[in-house]
Design a protein around this ligand. Sequence first.
Ligand code: FAD
Length: 378
Amino acid sequence: MLAANLDIEGSRGIILEGSSCIGSKLLMSGGGHCNITHGGSIKEFVYAYGDEGPALRRCLYRHSNLELARWLNGLGIELADENGDPVDASYGSNGIDNTGRIFPASMKSRDVLDALIGEAASNLWQIETDVKVSGLRREDDLWEITLHNGYELRSEIVVIAAGGITYPETGSDGSMLEILEDLGMDIDEPRPALAPIYVENYPYAELSGISIPDVTVIAFSSDAAHTCKGKAAKMKGDLLFTHEGLSGPVILNISKYVEPGELIRLCYNKELYELPKRMQRILRERSRGLLGDVRTNVLAGFLNQDDFIVSRVDERGMVTTGGVALDEIDMQTMKAKRFEGLYVIGEALSADGITGGYNLQLCWSTARTAADDLKKDF
Ligand SMILES: Cc1cc2nc3c(=O)[nH]c(=O)nc-3n(C[C@H](O)[C@H](O)[C@H](O)COP(=O)(O)OP(=O)(O)OC[C@H]3O[C@@H](n4cnc5c(N)ncnc54)[C@H](O)[C@@H]3O)c2cc1C
Protein backbone atom coordinates (compact mmCIF):
# COMPACT_ATOMS: atom_id res chain seq x y z
CA MET A 1 0.00 0.00 0.00
CA LEU A 2 2.90 2.32 0.74
CA ALA A 3 4.58 1.56 -2.59
CA ALA A 4 1.24 1.89 -4.38
CA ASN A 5 0.97 5.43 -3.01
CA LEU A 6 4.54 6.62 -3.38
CA ASP A 7 5.90 7.59 -6.75
CA ILE A 8 9.66 7.41 -6.45
CA GLU A 9 10.67 8.56 -9.88
CA GLY A 10 14.32 9.59 -9.77
CA SER A 11 15.03 7.36 -6.75
CA ARG A 12 15.18 3.66 -6.25
CA GLY A 13 12.69 1.75 -4.08
CA ILE A 14 12.84 -1.97 -3.42
CA ILE A 15 10.38 -4.19 -1.61
CA LEU A 16 12.42 -6.93 0.08
CA GLU A 17 10.11 -9.90 0.61
CA GLY A 18 11.59 -12.77 2.61
CA SER A 19 9.24 -15.45 1.29
CA SER A 20 8.69 -16.63 -2.26
CA CYS A 21 5.34 -14.81 -2.58
CA ILE A 22 4.41 -11.26 -1.71
CA GLY A 23 1.10 -10.65 0.08
CA SER A 24 0.37 -14.23 1.20
CA LYS A 25 -1.51 -13.08 4.27
CA LEU A 26 -3.56 -10.60 2.28
CA LEU A 27 -4.46 -13.44 -0.09
CA MET A 28 -5.78 -15.59 2.77
CA SER A 29 -7.64 -12.71 4.44
CA GLY A 30 -11.39 -13.10 4.84
CA GLY A 31 -11.13 -16.72 3.74
CA GLY A 32 -9.72 -15.55 0.38
CA HIS A 33 -12.45 -12.91 -0.02
CA CYS A 34 -10.52 -10.11 1.75
CA ASN A 35 -12.59 -8.28 4.33
CA ILE A 36 -10.86 -5.11 3.31
CA THR A 37 -12.37 -2.67 5.83
CA HIS A 38 -15.54 -2.03 7.80
CA GLY A 39 -18.49 0.21 7.00
CA GLY A 40 -19.79 3.06 9.14
CA SER A 41 -18.18 6.24 10.36
CA ILE A 42 -14.40 6.16 10.77
CA LYS A 43 -15.01 7.86 14.12
CA GLU A 44 -16.45 4.60 15.37
CA PHE A 45 -13.34 2.62 14.39
CA VAL A 46 -11.24 3.85 17.29
CA TYR A 47 -12.92 1.59 19.88
CA ALA A 48 -12.12 -1.47 17.73
CA TYR A 49 -8.41 -1.20 18.59
CA GLY A 50 -8.88 -1.20 22.39
CA ASP A 51 -6.31 0.75 24.39
CA GLU A 52 -4.32 1.62 21.24
CA GLY A 53 -7.33 3.19 19.48
CA PRO A 54 -6.73 6.80 20.61
CA ALA A 55 -3.13 6.71 19.34
CA LEU A 56 -4.39 5.63 15.90
CA ARG A 57 -7.21 8.18 15.69
CA ARG A 58 -5.50 10.85 13.56
CA CYS A 59 -4.04 8.34 11.16
CA LEU A 60 -7.44 6.64 10.71
CA TYR A 61 -9.27 9.93 10.24
CA ARG A 62 -6.73 11.12 7.70
CA HIS A 63 -6.86 7.91 5.68
CA SER A 64 -10.31 6.52 6.35
CA ASN A 65 -12.38 3.59 5.10
CA LEU A 66 -14.18 6.00 2.76
CA GLU A 67 -10.94 7.27 1.28
CA LEU A 68 -9.78 3.68 0.81
CA ALA A 69 -13.02 2.78 -0.95
CA ARG A 70 -12.71 5.75 -3.32
CA TRP A 71 -9.08 4.96 -4.05
CA LEU A 72 -9.93 1.34 -4.83
CA ASN A 73 -12.88 2.42 -6.99
CA GLY A 74 -10.39 4.54 -8.93
CA LEU A 75 -8.39 1.39 -9.62
CA GLY A 76 -11.50 -0.39 -10.85
CA ILE A 77 -12.18 -2.33 -7.66
CA GLU A 78 -15.82 -2.03 -6.67
CA LEU A 79 -16.82 -2.94 -3.13
CA ALA A 80 -19.63 -5.01 -1.67
CA ASP A 81 -21.02 -5.96 1.72
CA GLU A 82 -20.96 -9.54 2.99
CA ASN A 83 -24.16 -10.36 1.10
CA GLY A 84 -22.55 -9.24 -2.14
CA ASP A 85 -24.68 -6.07 -2.35
CA PRO A 86 -22.77 -3.12 -3.86
CA VAL A 87 -21.34 -0.51 -1.50
CA ASP A 88 -21.48 3.03 -2.83
CA ALA A 89 -18.46 5.05 -1.78
CA SER A 90 -19.58 8.16 -3.62
CA TYR A 91 -21.52 9.60 -0.68
CA GLY A 92 -21.10 10.11 3.05
CA SER A 93 -18.56 12.41 4.63
CA ASN A 94 -17.30 10.54 7.68
CA GLY A 95 -17.26 7.01 6.39
CA ILE A 96 -18.93 4.37 4.27
CA ASP A 97 -22.71 4.38 4.49
CA ASN A 98 -22.94 0.76 5.55
CA THR A 99 -22.40 -0.85 8.93
CA GLY A 100 -20.86 -4.21 8.16
CA ARG A 101 -17.82 -5.94 6.71
CA ILE A 102 -16.66 -4.65 3.33
CA PHE A 103 -15.14 -6.80 0.57
CA PRO A 104 -14.08 -6.35 -3.04
CA ALA A 105 -17.22 -7.01 -5.12
CA SER A 106 -15.39 -9.86 -6.87
CA MET A 107 -14.86 -11.42 -3.39
CA LYS A 108 -11.28 -12.15 -4.46
CA SER A 109 -8.27 -11.06 -2.39
CA ARG A 110 -6.18 -11.66 -5.48
CA ASP A 111 -7.81 -8.65 -7.20
CA VAL A 112 -6.77 -6.38 -4.32
CA LEU A 113 -3.21 -7.72 -4.27
CA ASP A 114 -2.88 -7.43 -8.06
CA ALA A 115 -4.08 -3.82 -7.93
CA LEU A 116 -1.53 -2.95 -5.23
CA ILE A 117 1.31 -4.65 -7.09
CA GLY A 118 0.26 -2.92 -10.32
CA GLU A 119 0.28 0.52 -8.67
CA ALA A 120 3.63 -0.18 -6.95
CA ALA A 121 5.12 -1.18 -10.32
CA SER A 122 3.77 1.93 -12.03
CA ASN A 123 5.37 3.95 -9.22
CA LEU A 124 8.64 2.27 -10.26
CA TRP A 125 9.12 0.03 -7.25
CA GLN A 126 11.13 -3.13 -7.71
CA ILE A 127 9.82 -6.23 -5.95
CA GLU A 128 12.32 -8.88 -4.86
CA THR A 129 11.10 -12.14 -3.35
CA ASP A 130 13.12 -14.77 -1.43
CA VAL A 131 15.18 -11.95 0.02
CA LYS A 132 15.04 -12.23 3.78
CA VAL A 133 16.47 -9.43 5.87
CA SER A 134 18.66 -10.69 8.69
CA GLY A 135 20.17 -7.49 10.07
CA LEU A 136 19.80 -3.73 10.20
CA ARG A 137 22.46 -1.24 11.22
CA ARG A 138 22.83 2.56 10.98
CA GLU A 139 26.17 3.47 9.44
CA ASP A 140 27.25 6.91 8.16
CA ASP A 141 23.71 8.30 7.94
CA LEU A 142 22.56 5.27 5.98
CA TRP A 143 20.82 2.04 6.87
CA GLU A 144 22.89 -1.05 6.19
CA ILE A 145 20.54 -3.94 5.45
CA THR A 146 22.00 -7.43 5.71
CA LEU A 147 20.29 -10.14 3.66
CA HIS A 148 20.11 -13.85 4.50
CA ASN A 149 22.66 -14.63 1.79
CA GLY A 150 25.21 -12.25 3.28
CA TYR A 151 24.68 -9.46 0.73
CA GLU A 152 24.26 -5.95 2.03
CA LEU A 153 22.22 -3.03 0.77
CA ARG A 154 22.40 0.59 1.83
CA SER A 155 19.46 2.93 1.99
CA GLU A 156 18.60 6.34 3.35
CA ILE A 157 15.17 5.17 4.36
CA VAL A 158 13.79 1.86 5.59
CA VAL A 159 10.10 1.16 6.06
CA ILE A 160 9.29 -1.89 8.16
CA ALA A 161 6.08 -3.66 7.02
CA ALA A 162 7.06 -7.13 8.22
CA GLY A 163 3.82 -8.13 9.98
CA GLY A 164 3.51 -10.12 13.19
CA ILE A 165 4.28 -13.66 14.33
CA THR A 166 1.29 -15.78 13.38
CA TYR A 167 1.00 -18.01 10.29
CA PRO A 168 4.81 -18.00 9.98
CA GLU A 169 4.58 -20.02 6.74
CA THR A 170 3.44 -16.76 5.07
CA GLY A 171 6.82 -15.26 5.96
CA SER A 172 5.53 -13.22 8.91
CA ASP A 173 7.66 -15.02 11.47
CA GLY A 174 8.56 -12.21 13.88
CA SER A 175 12.19 -12.16 12.67
CA MET A 176 12.03 -8.42 11.99
CA LEU A 177 10.74 -7.69 15.49
CA GLU A 178 13.85 -9.45 16.85
CA ILE A 179 16.06 -7.37 14.56
CA LEU A 180 14.40 -4.17 15.77
CA GLU A 181 14.75 -5.28 19.40
CA ASP A 182 18.47 -5.87 18.84
CA LEU A 183 18.61 -2.34 17.46
CA GLY A 184 17.29 -1.10 20.82
CA MET A 185 13.68 -0.54 19.89
CA ASP A 186 11.00 -1.15 22.50
CA ILE A 187 8.95 -4.19 21.45
CA ASP A 188 5.76 -5.22 23.27
CA GLU A 189 5.77 -9.01 23.60
CA PRO A 190 4.07 -10.38 20.46
CA ARG A 191 1.28 -12.91 21.07
CA PRO A 192 -1.48 -14.38 18.88
CA ALA A 193 -4.84 -12.59 18.89
CA LEU A 194 -8.14 -13.29 17.11
CA ALA A 195 -7.63 -16.97 17.92
CA PRO A 196 -9.86 -19.87 18.95
CA ILE A 197 -9.78 -20.80 22.65
CA TYR A 198 -9.59 -24.33 24.06
CA VAL A 199 -10.92 -25.15 27.53
CA GLU A 200 -10.56 -27.99 30.04
CA ASN A 201 -13.36 -30.60 30.06
CA TYR A 202 -14.96 -29.21 26.91
CA PRO A 203 -18.46 -30.69 26.69
CA TYR A 204 -19.67 -29.32 23.34
CA ALA A 205 -17.64 -31.22 20.71
CA GLU A 206 -20.78 -32.71 19.20
CA LEU A 207 -22.18 -29.19 18.65
CA SER A 208 -19.33 -28.46 16.23
CA GLY A 209 -20.50 -25.92 13.62
CA ILE A 210 -23.36 -24.56 15.75
CA SER A 211 -23.32 -20.82 16.37
CA ILE A 212 -25.14 -19.09 19.24
CA PRO A 213 -25.85 -15.37 18.70
CA ASP A 214 -25.33 -12.61 21.28
CA VAL A 215 -23.37 -14.53 23.89
CA THR A 216 -21.60 -12.50 26.57
CA VAL A 217 -18.10 -13.76 27.34
CA ILE A 218 -16.17 -12.59 30.38
CA ALA A 219 -12.44 -13.28 30.81
CA PHE A 220 -11.11 -13.20 34.36
CA SER A 221 -7.45 -12.41 34.99
CA SER A 222 -5.35 -15.24 36.50
CA ASP A 223 -5.27 -13.98 40.10
CA ALA A 224 -9.06 -13.83 39.91
CA ALA A 225 -9.67 -17.25 38.34
CA HIS A 226 -11.04 -18.72 41.55
CA THR A 227 -12.76 -15.68 42.96
CA CYS A 228 -14.29 -14.44 39.69
CA LYS A 229 -13.31 -10.89 40.57
CA GLY A 230 -10.99 -8.80 38.40
CA LYS A 231 -12.42 -8.99 34.89
CA ALA A 232 -9.80 -8.80 32.16
CA ALA A 233 -12.44 -8.23 29.48
CA LYS A 234 -16.13 -8.57 28.72
CA MET A 235 -17.51 -8.85 25.18
CA LYS A 236 -20.73 -9.79 23.43
CA GLY A 237 -21.24 -11.43 20.06
CA ASP A 238 -21.72 -14.69 18.19
CA LEU A 239 -20.11 -17.81 19.63
CA LEU A 240 -19.21 -20.82 17.51
CA PHE A 241 -18.70 -24.31 18.93
CA THR A 242 -15.99 -26.27 17.13
CA HIS A 243 -14.97 -29.88 17.46
CA GLU A 244 -12.17 -29.00 19.86
CA GLY A 245 -13.11 -25.69 21.42
CA LEU A 246 -14.65 -22.25 21.18
CA SER A 247 -14.55 -19.83 18.26
CA GLY A 248 -16.71 -17.22 16.52
CA PRO A 249 -16.30 -13.43 16.63
CA VAL A 250 -16.81 -12.97 20.38
CA ILE A 251 -14.19 -15.62 21.21
CA LEU A 252 -11.69 -14.38 18.61
CA ASN A 253 -12.06 -10.82 19.89
CA ILE A 254 -11.57 -11.72 23.56
CA SER A 255 -8.71 -14.19 22.94
CA LYS A 256 -5.94 -11.63 23.44
CA TYR A 257 -7.09 -11.03 27.01
CA VAL A 258 -6.99 -14.75 27.89
CA GLU A 259 -4.20 -17.04 29.06
CA PRO A 260 -4.05 -20.75 29.96
CA GLY A 261 -5.19 -21.42 33.52
CA GLU A 262 -7.55 -18.44 33.50
CA LEU A 263 -11.29 -18.61 33.73
CA ILE A 264 -13.77 -17.61 31.04
CA ARG A 265 -17.48 -17.36 31.55
CA LEU A 266 -20.09 -17.82 28.82
CA CYS A 267 -23.49 -16.17 29.41
CA TYR A 268 -25.91 -17.30 26.73
CA ASN A 269 -28.49 -14.58 27.51
CA LYS A 270 -31.29 -17.03 26.66
CA GLU A 271 -33.78 -19.41 28.26
CA LEU A 272 -32.99 -23.12 28.02
CA TYR A 273 -35.72 -23.74 25.41
CA GLU A 274 -34.21 -21.03 23.15
CA LEU A 275 -30.96 -22.98 22.77
CA PRO A 276 -30.50 -25.71 20.13
CA LYS A 277 -32.08 -29.03 21.17
CA ARG A 278 -28.73 -30.86 21.21
CA MET A 279 -27.28 -28.23 23.50
CA GLN A 280 -30.26 -28.48 25.86
CA ARG A 281 -29.62 -32.21 26.09
CA ILE A 282 -25.92 -31.71 26.90
CA LEU A 283 -26.74 -29.14 29.59
CA ARG A 284 -29.28 -31.53 31.13
CA GLU A 285 -26.71 -34.35 31.07
CA ARG A 286 -24.18 -32.10 32.81
CA SER A 287 -26.64 -31.56 35.66
CA ARG A 288 -27.56 -35.25 35.84
CA GLY A 289 -27.33 -36.85 39.30
CA LEU A 290 -28.49 -33.70 40.99
CA LEU A 291 -31.98 -33.56 42.37
CA GLY A 292 -34.91 -31.15 42.43
CA ASP A 293 -34.10 -27.50 43.05
CA VAL A 294 -30.38 -28.12 42.97
CA ARG A 295 -30.59 -29.45 39.44
CA THR A 296 -32.83 -26.57 38.34
CA ASN A 297 -30.38 -24.07 39.82
CA VAL A 298 -27.39 -25.73 38.21
CA LEU A 299 -29.15 -25.71 34.84
CA ALA A 300 -30.07 -22.06 35.23
CA GLY A 301 -26.48 -21.40 36.28
CA PHE A 302 -25.15 -22.88 33.02
CA LEU A 303 -27.21 -20.36 31.08
CA ASN A 304 -25.65 -17.35 32.81
CA GLN A 305 -22.35 -18.67 34.11
CA ASP A 306 -21.02 -21.52 32.00
CA ASP A 307 -17.50 -21.38 33.41
CA PHE A 308 -14.39 -22.99 31.91
CA ILE A 309 -10.67 -22.98 32.61
CA VAL A 310 -8.69 -22.08 29.50
CA SER A 311 -6.24 -24.80 28.49
CA ARG A 312 -4.81 -23.10 25.38
CA VAL A 313 -5.18 -20.12 23.07
CA ASP A 314 -4.55 -21.23 19.47
CA GLU A 315 -1.15 -20.02 18.27
CA ARG A 316 -2.67 -19.52 14.79
CA GLY A 317 -4.25 -16.19 15.59
CA MET A 318 -5.41 -14.10 12.66
CA VAL A 319 -3.40 -11.24 13.99
CA THR A 320 -0.59 -10.47 16.44
CA THR A 321 -1.06 -8.39 19.55
CA GLY A 322 2.19 -6.69 20.53
CA GLY A 323 5.03 -5.55 18.27
CA VAL A 324 6.77 -2.20 17.94
CA ALA A 325 5.63 -0.08 20.92
CA LEU A 326 3.58 2.88 19.71
CA ASP A 327 5.60 5.17 22.00
CA GLU A 328 8.53 4.58 19.63
CA ILE A 329 6.59 5.98 16.67
CA ASP A 330 5.45 9.46 15.71
CA MET A 331 1.91 8.47 14.79
CA GLN A 332 1.48 11.49 12.50
CA THR A 333 4.21 10.24 10.17
CA MET A 334 4.88 6.61 11.26
CA LYS A 335 8.53 7.61 11.67
CA ALA A 336 10.54 6.07 14.50
CA LYS A 337 11.21 8.79 17.06
CA ARG A 338 14.68 7.59 18.06
CA PHE A 339 15.95 6.20 14.74
CA GLU A 340 16.56 8.48 11.77
CA GLY A 341 15.07 7.35 8.45
CA LEU A 342 13.11 4.41 9.88
CA TYR A 343 9.33 3.94 9.55
CA VAL A 344 7.08 1.18 10.89
CA ILE A 345 3.62 0.40 9.46
CA GLY A 346 0.95 -2.31 9.54
CA GLU A 347 0.77 -5.29 11.81
CA ALA A 348 4.39 -4.90 12.95
CA LEU A 349 3.06 -2.10 15.18
CA SER A 350 1.79 -2.91 18.65
CA ALA A 351 -1.84 -2.32 17.68
CA ASP A 352 -4.53 -4.74 16.59
CA GLY A 353 -8.25 -4.65 16.03
CA ILE A 354 -11.27 -6.87 16.46
CA THR A 355 -12.56 -8.94 13.52
CA GLY A 356 -14.40 -7.15 10.73
CA GLY A 357 -11.79 -5.52 8.47
CA TYR A 358 -10.23 -3.29 11.13
CA ASN A 359 -6.79 -4.92 10.89
CA LEU A 360 -6.41 -4.31 7.18
CA GLN A 361 -7.73 -0.75 7.62
CA LEU A 362 -4.93 -0.24 10.19
CA CYS A 363 -2.43 -1.39 7.53
CA TRP A 364 -3.91 0.87 4.83
CA SER A 365 -4.07 3.95 7.10
CA THR A 366 -0.56 3.61 8.54
CA ALA A 367 0.95 2.86 5.11
CA ARG A 368 -0.64 5.91 3.52
CA THR A 369 0.37 8.10 6.47
CA ALA A 370 4.01 7.04 5.97
CA ALA A 371 3.68 7.60 2.20
CA ASP A 372 2.44 11.17 2.86
CA ASP A 373 5.53 11.92 4.91
CA LEU A 374 7.91 10.30 2.44
CA LYS A 375 6.35 12.21 -0.49
CA LYS A 376 7.99 15.33 0.91
CA ASP A 377 11.40 13.82 0.07
CA PHE A 378 10.62 12.66 -3.49
C1 FAD B 1 -6.23 -16.32 8.05
C2 FAD B 1 -6.24 -14.81 8.17
C3 FAD B 1 -7.35 -14.10 7.76
C4 FAD B 1 -7.37 -12.71 7.90
N1 FAD B 1 -8.47 -12.04 7.46
C5 FAD B 1 -8.52 -10.68 7.61
C6 FAD B 1 -9.62 -9.94 7.10
O1 FAD B 1 -10.50 -10.49 6.42
N2 FAD B 1 -9.65 -8.60 7.35
C7 FAD B 1 -8.66 -7.95 8.05
O2 FAD B 1 -8.77 -6.75 8.27
N3 FAD B 1 -7.58 -8.62 8.47
C8 FAD B 1 -7.47 -9.96 8.25
N4 FAD B 1 -6.36 -10.64 8.66
C9 FAD B 1 -5.23 -9.87 9.20
C10 FAD B 1 -4.47 -9.18 8.04
O3 FAD B 1 -4.34 -10.09 6.97
C11 FAD B 1 -3.09 -8.72 8.53
O4 FAD B 1 -3.26 -7.87 9.64
C12 FAD B 1 -2.35 -7.99 7.41
O5 FAD B 1 -2.13 -8.85 6.30
C13 FAD B 1 -1.00 -7.50 7.92
O6 FAD B 1 -0.35 -6.86 6.85
P1 FAD B 1 1.19 -6.45 6.94
O7 FAD B 1 1.57 -6.01 5.57
O8 FAD B 1 1.40 -5.54 8.07
O9 FAD B 1 1.93 -7.81 7.31
P2 FAD B 1 1.94 -9.20 6.51
O10 FAD B 1 0.75 -9.33 5.64
O11 FAD B 1 2.16 -10.23 7.56
O12 FAD B 1 3.20 -9.07 5.56
C14 FAD B 1 4.50 -8.99 6.10
C15 FAD B 1 5.48 -9.44 5.04
O13 FAD B 1 6.81 -9.22 5.53
C16 FAD B 1 7.62 -10.32 5.17
N5 FAD B 1 8.72 -10.42 6.14
C17 FAD B 1 8.66 -10.69 7.47
N6 FAD B 1 9.88 -10.72 8.01
C18 FAD B 1 10.75 -10.47 7.01
C19 FAD B 1 12.15 -10.37 6.93
N7 FAD B 1 12.96 -10.55 8.01
N8 FAD B 1 12.74 -10.11 5.71
C20 FAD B 1 11.97 -9.92 4.60
N9 FAD B 1 10.61 -10.01 4.63
C21 FAD B 1 10.02 -10.28 5.81
C22 FAD B 1 6.70 -11.51 5.23
O14 FAD B 1 7.18 -12.56 4.42
C23 FAD B 1 5.37 -10.93 4.75
O15 FAD B 1 5.18 -11.12 3.38
C24 FAD B 1 -6.28 -12.03 8.49
C25 FAD B 1 -5.16 -12.75 8.87
C26 FAD B 1 -5.11 -14.13 8.71
C27 FAD B 1 -3.89 -14.89 9.11
